[in-house]
Design a binder for this molecule. Structure first.
Ligand code: NAD
Length: 343
């Protein structure tokens, strides 16, 4: 393989370095052509550079436009803003892609294969919050403002619709609350329906559902959905619900895609309770690496990585403690690397 792809690597905090090492071992076994620029962020950024998102890290991602990152902790105190939010803003990462697939059969929900696409930069998440004082109570009224723009809705919906076609999805469901939040989420629904009519009609089926009904339907019969596309806050909640359907956050990868970069990560956090113990499950970050391979148009390598993960978990039955097994991170990684080598 002659082409080399420069990419930024952020090990992250807590279990981050352990699961990143495991993922690098899998990518090396695949001979994935990444040339890594190692950078720091989160607590490690504060310790090494006095900033949870050092300039060198931002410069590296600006150069490579591609990053794989471990989970980051936002230091409490010191007035630091979340590095994850700053990364989204810095690189215009407007789309959050969260596929969820049953890997270990026999759980409460079998054969789940669902994708959630969440708007990442707008909605009720953009932090215009304040209090109104009344009669000496400084916090008598709390207010938050949400903002959705037609342009922001359109680029996210276009990303979702194009991804649906690329992934061979048959149906896309727009999730909204336009019956109550008529302007804020109505603009999202309207833009989606209009875009579909104008550009995507017949390429897949489109329908829509109100978010509360969607939550119920996901628990009663998740198989009726194929891809969900929604605004920021609803997407945040529903994508965790969907991760729960396939065995929890330890199996959930995420991609943050934007106009200036794409950043791939596990959905879970830094798991400080098990950090340094060698027991973390690296599957979610490995699945994020598979998304990164897809993004770099290396679908064969992505498919080999997913197959090796399936076989290690289901044929070799090598599993970490969170999945009821007894393997540590290293034993799981060794079994997976053997699968890749012999696959
Ligand atoms: P968490 O996801 O780190 O942990 C929740 C529980 O799941 C813990 O019991 C943990 O041991 C377990 N767990 C998580 N990942 C696991 C894995 N790979 N293998 C085995 N068990 C695993 O959530 P939290 O405790 O709420 O957050 C810890 C820190 O992570 C916080 O500082 C939070 O801000 C940060 N965080 C970062 C990101 C990110 O960078 N994308 C996402 C979520 C949370």
């Amino acid at each position: 393989m002659s082409q080399v792809i420069p990419a930024t690597l952020i090990a992250g905090d807590g279990i981050g370095p352990e699961i990143v090492d495991a993922t690098l071992a899998a990518l090396d076994a695949l001979k994935a052509p990444f040339e890594w620029e190692r950078q720091v962020a989160g607590l490690a950024g504060v310790q090494q550079a006095g900033d949870p998102l050092p300039q060198a890290t931002l410069d590296s991602i600006r150069r490579t436009r591609l990053a794989l990152k471990g989970p980051l902790e936002t230091p409490s105190g010191g007035g630091y803003r979340s590095s994850n939010v700053r990364l989204r803003e810095a690189f215009g990462l407007y789309a959050n892609l969260r596929p969820a697939r049953t890997i270990i059969p026999g759980g409460r929900f079998d054969n789940i294969d669902l994708v959630v696409v969440r708007e990442n930069l707008e909605g009720l998440y953009i932090g215009h919050e304040h209090y109104v004082p009344i009669d000496g109570d400084p916090h008598a009224v709390a207010m938050a403002t949400g903002i959705n723009t037609r342009q922001g809705c359109r680029r996210l919906l276009e990303f979702a619709f194009d991804t649906a076609i690329a992934m061979g999805r048959k149906k896309v469901t727009i999730v909204h609350k336009a019956n109550i939040m008529k302007a804020l989420t109505g603009i999202f629904l309207e833009t989606g329906l209009e875009l579909y009519e104008r550009k995507y009609k017949g390429k897949f089926q489109l329908d829509s559902v109100i978010v509360d009904a969607c939550a119920m339907k996901l628990v009663l019969n998740p198989w009726q959905f194929d891809m969900l596309v929604t605004t920021n806050l609803f997407g945040d909640i529903l994508s965790d619900l969907v991760a729960g359907l396939v065995g929890g956050l330890g199996m959930a990868p995420g991609a943050n895609i934007g106009s200036e970069a794409a950043i791939f990560e596990a959905v879970h956090g830094s798991a400080p309770d098990i950090a340094g113990k060698g027991v973390a499950n690296p599957t979610a970050l490995m699945l994020a690496a598979a998304l990164m391979l897809d993004h770099c148009r290396l679908p064969d390598l992505a498919a080999r990585l997913r197959k090796a993960i399936d076989e290690t978990l289901n044929i070799d039955k090598v599993r970490t403690g969170d999945l009821g097994g007894s393997a540590g991170t290293e034993a799981f990684t060794q079994a997976l690397v053997s699968r890749i080598a012999n696959g």
